[in-house]
Design a protein around this ligand. Structure first.
Ligand code: PRX
Length: 588
């Protein structure tokens, strides 16, 4: 267990924290108070995320304030004020509806961090269609699986990504009626069977009235991974905006004139909830960088863009630490006043390195795709315990429980006892379903609690400490990867008889994907074959999901019912005791 030294949250008093005392926010009336911060659609026509994030500000004193500044790889900068973003997203909403894509239809968006992605996401929400992001580094297989599960009616992507990853699948996507292509550097596209983004928007009206939106209408589907089976589509509704707004305000301490940079890609939930929706709803200026991680570039962005609130991830923090604090010191960061982290365990050294490099600690926050927004955090109003995820957000009831065979739970009351991290359902950004899988959804609950799948401890001060996952999902560079999805693709290779995939601890990425592979008769392990299987996986899955390492083995351990015993593979990898292997039967 990490030391419990408290790090005082240094407050640059230019800003008074939105929540001064942690205890202030606690109470059942918290959600309704939070709702009052928002507008609602004019004429009492409901609650729509895009209205709160964009139109509300475009119609008020912040109309001329910068909403979004996109830094392109080629050095260009694209900017939108709130008023401009309102018009551009109106055009996109009109374009979608002119194609017959309407309320409840799923729109997949597969693109890097380019301006069109932000416009398309918000325009989709205005049109009351369902925004489902796809990570641009996915290979064709994960893209196909997600578009199929979501029955996507439309896809917005770049010409390049389409040609490389989607066109070869198009005849296997019967629900996909429309593909909207973004040309390289804003150029028009002319690919058969697609629409051109630029032409569609040029022809579209810039006035759009958002139709009635019930807070319970589906807004977003975020795919996430479990240990077994297909990816799960976590369904979120427009009411989630209440939580996006309030957590941005309280956990990230966002103020209207903040310049906010969330380094997560909008292909994942963090990049949507906090890379788009929450900061806009809070009236901040969003910085988006198209380029990949580069320590020098990142420091220059923090300094030159005047970033005041920065939300990043432990892998990035570790890479910056590795690059050396001197690089950080090459700049000054007078605007920077709040640092936060999410997605994986943040080690105490990472929290403290923030102080060394920027004079500010990192505030760890914890949440999941399913929770839609931050649940546990080291709030601005709290002292930080380095290594702890923090305390539950106001309004959130979190507990450590033991789940029983009969479906009930026993609450753990003893401080520091390990158990399942559980949350009392009912917050606004709570997922409402796993798309088309009611049983899987039901299984996520026990005894009136949502069981998160994480193991944790709570200390005597109410701070939560992450222990590990209760299942076999892998967290690599902050990305959640399902071993089953990887194993399935490995098994497609003609030489592979059995495959078992685990997360192997890695000092920078947290974990890397490692595969154990048993070959079919007639195939011998070799360096060439290893390279061939790795390449096969990379082409099909994309570099982020594919294994980094393969180990040939005579047999992959499995239970008698055929379940791969990944825990055993992991124990072997780590040289740990193998535990109970009574049901072991190896797949050879
Ligand atoms: O295991 C926890 C880990 O990431 C999981 C959620 O991943 P995902 O659904 O992809 O959501 C990403 C957006 C947050 C959690 O179940 N995790 C997240 N935050 C932390 C964390 N593990 C340790 N410490 C955290 N702060």
């Amino acid at each position: 267990m990490a030391p419990t030294t408290l790090v005082k949250s240094p407050r640059k008093l230019a800003k008074v924290p939105n929540l001064l005392r942690y205890e202030e926010g606690i109470g059942p009336e918290f959600f309704s108070r939070a709702r009052e911060e928002l507008d609602g659609l004019p004429g009492g026509r409901g609650l729509n995320i895009a209205h709160e994030a964009v139109d509300r500000h475009a119609a008020g004193p912040r109309a001329g304030q910068l909403a979004l500044r996109c830094l392109r790889k080629n050095g260009k900068v694209h900017e939108f004020t709130y008023a401009e973003l309102a018009l551009e997203t109106n055009r996109f909403a009109n374009a979608l509806s002119s194609l017959g894509v309407g309320k409840g239809d799923l729109v997949g968006i597969l693109a890097g961090r380019i301006p069109e992605l932000y416009v398309a996401a918000l325009g989709t929400l205005k049109n009351r269609s369902v925004f489902s992001p796809l990570f641009s580094a996915f290979g064709p297989e994960p893209i196909h699986t997600r578009l199929t599960l979501g029955k996507a009616k439309a896809l917005v992507t770049t010409e390049l990504l389409y040609i490389r990853k989607v066109a070869p699948l198009r005849d296997r996507l019967p629900d996909l009626e429309h593909v909207i292509l973004i040309g390289e550097d804003g150029a028009e596209t002319n690919t058969e069977g697609t629409h051109d983004y630029r032409r569609l928007l040029a022809d579209a009206d810039d006035a759009y009235e958002i139709g009635p939106t019930d807070p319970g209408d589906v807004a977003l589907v975020h795919f996430t991974s479990g240990t077994t089976g297909r990816p799960k589509g976590a369904v979120h509704v427009h009411e989630a905006i209440v939580w996006h707004h309030v957590t941005g305000k309280l956990a990230l301490d966002l103020h209207p004139d903040d310049v906010f940079w969330c380094t997560a890609d909008p292909g994942w939930v963090t990049g949507t909830s906090y890379g788009i929706i929450s900061p806009l709803s809070n009236g901040a200026t969003v910085i988006a960088d198209e380029a990949e991680f580069d320590a020098r570039r990142w420091y220059a962005i923090l300094a030159e863009q005047g970033v005041s609130v920065w939300y990043t991830a432990p892998t990035a923090i570790r890479m910056l630490m590795k690059a050396g604090t001197e690089l950080a010191r090459a700049h000054e960061y007078p605007a920077l006043r709040f640092l936060a982290s999410v997605g994986e365990p943040l080690h105490p050294a990472g929290v403290l390195w923030g102080v060394e490099a920027f004079g500010l600690p990192f505030h760890d926050t914890w949440w999941q795709t399913e929770t839609g927004g931050i649940m546990i955090a080291n709030l601005a109003a709290m002292d930080i315990k380095p290594g702890s995820m923090g305390r539950p957000m106001p309004g959130i009831e979190a507990a450590i429980v033991h789940t029983r065979e009969d479906g009930g739970v026993d609450l753990v009351t003893e401080p520091l006892e390990e158990g399942d991290l559980a949350l009392r359902p009912g917050w606004p950004s709570m997922f409402r379903a796993y798309l088309g899988e009611p049983e899987r959804y039901e299984k996520a609950f026990a005894g009136g609690w949502y069981i998160t799948g994480d193991l944790a401890r709570r200390d005597e001060d109410g701070y939560f400490w992450f222990v590990g996952r209760a299942d076999d999902v892998i967290k690599s560079s902050g990305h959640l990867i399902g071993p089953f999805e990887v194993e399935s693709v490995l098994l497609e290779h003609p030489a592979v008889a059995h495959a078992g995939v685990i997360g192997k601890p890695d000092p920078v990425a947290g974990e890397i994907v490692k595969a154990f592979v048993a070959l079919k008769p007639g195939f011998e392990p070799s360096h060439e074959l290893e390279k061939e299987i790795l390449a096969h996986a990379r082409v099909r899955l994309g570099a982020v999901v594919a294994p980094k390492e393969i180990e040939f083995t005579d047999a992959v351990p499995a239970t008698r019912s055929g379940k791969i015993m990944r825990r055993l593979l992991k124990a072997r990898e780590l040289g740990l005791p193998e535990g109970d292997v009574s049901t072991l039967e190896t797949a050879e």
